[in-house]
Design a protein around this ligand. Sequence first.
Ligand SMILES: *[C@@H]1O[C@H](CO)[C@@H](O)[C@H](O)[C@H]1NC(C)=O
Ligand SMILES: *[C@@H]1O[C@H](CO)[C@@H](O)[C@H](O)[C@H]1NC(C)=O
Ligand SMILES: *[C@@H]1O[C@H](CO)[C@@H](O)[C@H](O)[C@H]1NC(C)=O
Length: 424
Amino acid sequence: MAKHYCLSIVLFISLTRIRDVSSDILCDAEFCPKFIEEQGCSNTSPNCGINNATHSGLSLPSPTLCNCCDFCLPLIGEGEHCSVGGPGLGTTIGRCGHGLTCVRSDDGNICKRMDTPCHRAQDDYDLRHSKGETGALEERPSCDGKGMYASFSCVPTQTCFCQSEEGKRIFGEVLYSGQSVKNVMHCGCSRFHEKITKSLRDSARYPIIGPRCTADGNYNPIQCIDKVCNCVDRVTGEIIEGTEGRRRRIDLDEQPLTDLECYDPQYDLFPQQSVGTPPFNYTTPCLNNIQARVELVRESEELGYNVNHASDWPVCLPDGTFGRVTLTRNRSRICVDERGRQIEDYEAFGNTDEYDSMDCKCAQTSLLMTSSTERPVCCKNGNFRRIQCRRGVCRCVDSDGRQMGREAADVTRLPCYTANWRTC
Ligand SMILES: *[C@@H]1O[C@H](CO)[C@@H](O)[C@H](O)[C@H]1NC(C)=O
Ligand SMILES: *[C@@H]1O[C@H](CO)[C@@H](O)[C@H](O)[C@H]1NC(C)=O
Ligand SMILES: *[C@@H]1O[C@H](CO)[C@@H](O)[C@H](O)[C@H]1NC(C)=O
């Protein structure tokens, strides 16, 4: 068997360096043809052209001058030999495949599956699946190449929602559309939001306002810094640089958002800010609340007295709204959509369990599924009913509507069955 060598992270960084530095100096269009003619390219691993269970590879910039040659980093499969080291240590280089890591064992170094919570969740699923204990609408957890949770999780036939690397549900939900959901659900904005609020929550003096997201967890096409707004890529959040004659950047002190090329009314939750006369705005009532609090605290500090500010900053959703559960004048709670409109007649009254536990997740899912005939059944407060039935069989679900365990035609056989199951 051929010997493989793992490539360390350090090499990755140096590969990138070679490209960046050299491209400034001599890597023009004429350089590479000449270089290849004079020096030739060494054979690359065939792995990048193959993609099966045992053979795969990553196409990377080659570690040659100006990256003139093609380069393929073979990915080593589970159970195969690897060795921690650099390219100087052998002729064949490679790295353990996605989700694998090089570990020392009795017969040398072997690529093994990483031990992570997501991989353990997969193992748990696989074990239950082999015993026939998983449900028809239960999804095997998806992990990424580092063994962390994939960016979203689905309830087949219902919706998919964004999740953090730790597998915690975060902002962003779309209608389930089978495999093609991958093309719309990137959750980059939602995940970025989650990361900065988590890492800066305790250290930052004032609340951190993250990028503006849309209901599917992608970046809003418009992002503003102070009063300058840019069009950005919905997936990466990167600014799309302006080309001649197109409007990809505006100043709100002179122009409304609607002048931007990327303006899309479906993502503008507060269109009234773009009508009338300048100055225009791109804020939200929730963000204004935070702003007002910040100013109050700053003022108090300048004047030398203290407003209690550390603990209870108002929180806005990544789309800038207050949230999907709102308080009415009657002091009851209702479920609302992103524009603040009540969803059906979901409501809960004070001093009840329904009020305290109200999350409106089922109401949101049901709203996305408006045109479906198989919407989930929600409790009076908009939460998922613990037992959901579809096509003659019933199943237990968690608070996100995900099936837990096997389904049954007889509800009384379900572990979550209670006599009042119909009414939550
Ligand atoms: C994958 O492709 C390689 C090279 O073509 C071949 O030798 C190997 O048997 C293939 N493996 C599987 C599982 O198909
Ligand atoms: C934008 O906000 C400013 C300050 O709050 C306000 O005076 C102005 O009327 C707003 N503009 C629009 C078009 O709503
Ligand atoms: C308050 O409660 C009354 C009686 O239940 C109802 O008619 C009214 O619509 C409620 N108002 C709001 C704002 O929810």
